[in-house]
Ligand binder design. Structure first.
Ligand SMILES: CCCCCCCCCC(=O)SCCNC(=O)CCNC(=O)[C@H](O)C(C)(C)COP(=O)(O)OP(=O)(O)OC[C@H]1O[C@@H](n2cnc3c(N)ncnc32)[C@H](O)[C@@H]1OP(=O)(O)O
Length: 236
């Protein structure tokens, strides 16, 4: 075997901050974190079913799998615009006019998301920011929804493994004739966020990464798609 044929083996240093066996947060720890975010920011967790087809069983999507289900999508309880439906209706009934343009995505970056030693992989960070802007762009996960056309990520600090991340996103411009939406997102440490908010210092929190994105709405809905697919304990 020549040198050129030898398999390339990278010597990746052992994780320094979090042992590989470190567990993800328990259900109680995770839901406690989400409930605190909900009460502080007047948001509610929603379940997103983005299989979009009535005939297909719900499958775990990429981020759900990658995070071992330690991911939560949260939307404002007071949308910018809501249909005339009765506030007592179920969410699927009163969701037609829901426009948020804002979203929060909470995630636990466990050791399975390692990129650099002790740090979260940049692709995972980008995915979280992308999904957060996607959620703000298309909060009801409508089948004729938006796709990412461009995403720019600025990595400011390495996100340590074992962190609770909180991304928030905002759509700042929609151009309906050309089906475009422009959004931004930022990723901060979730536990620091909750602690600093208690002290009124959230504006001083370090930003780990930020992104800007162009989303373009599809010309046609996905074939066989169901309408809005939010299901949840929450009423928006
Ligand atoms: C609630 C759920 C929570 C989870 C959210 C998850 C979010 C995840 C988001 C994703 O990961 S999406 C997957 C990654 N993205 C893709 O696979 C997109 C692949 N690209 C496409 O399918 C098409 O290129 C796209 C739908 C984006 C656009 O195709 P179109 O044929 O509809 O675009 P068209 O050529 O008609 O252009 C419409 C406008 O958008 C502009 N445009 C389209 N694509 C662009 C692009 N890539 N860059 C810049 N501008 C673009 C285009 O110039 C034009 O502008 P103008 O009207 O001003 O001329």
């Amino acid at each position: 075997m020549t040198r050129a044929d030898e398999p390339l083996v990278w010597q990746v240093p052992a994780v320094s901050r979090v042992p590989l066996a470190a567990p993800v947060p328990t259900d109680a720890e995770w839901s406690g974190f989400i409930r605190r975010l909900e009460s502080r920011y007047d948001v509610r967790q929603v379940q997103v079913d983005n299989t979009h087809t009535k005939s297909t069983r719900r499958v775990s999507d990429f981020l759900d799998s990658a995070t071992r289900s330690r991911i939560a999508y949260l939307l404002p309880t007071t949308p910018l615009c809501q249909g005339a439906a009765d506030a007592d209706d179920d969410v699927d009934d009163n969701s037609a006019g829901y426009v948020a343009d804002r979203a929060i995505l909470a995630v636990y970056f466990g050791p399975h998301m390692q990129g650099p030693s002790g740090g979260v992989h940049g692709g995972a960070v980008a995915s979280v920011l992308d999904a957060c802007i996607g959620m703000a762009t298309n909060p009801l996960s409508q089948p004729e929804g938006y796709l990412t056309a461009q995403l720019t990520v600025n990595y400011r600090r390495m996100m340590p493994l074992g962190s609770y991340g909180v991304a928030w996103a905002r759509v700042f411009e929609r151009d309906d004739p050309s089906r475009k939406a422009y959004g931004i997102a930022r990723l901060v440490d979730g536990q620091a966020l909750l602690a600093s908010r208690e002290n009124g210092e959230s504006h001083r929190l370090p930003v780990y990464a930020e992104a800007s994105a162009l989303f373009v709405r599809r010309k046609r809905a996905v074939e066989g798609a169901s309408p809005a697919s939010l299901t949840q304990r929450s009423r928006l």
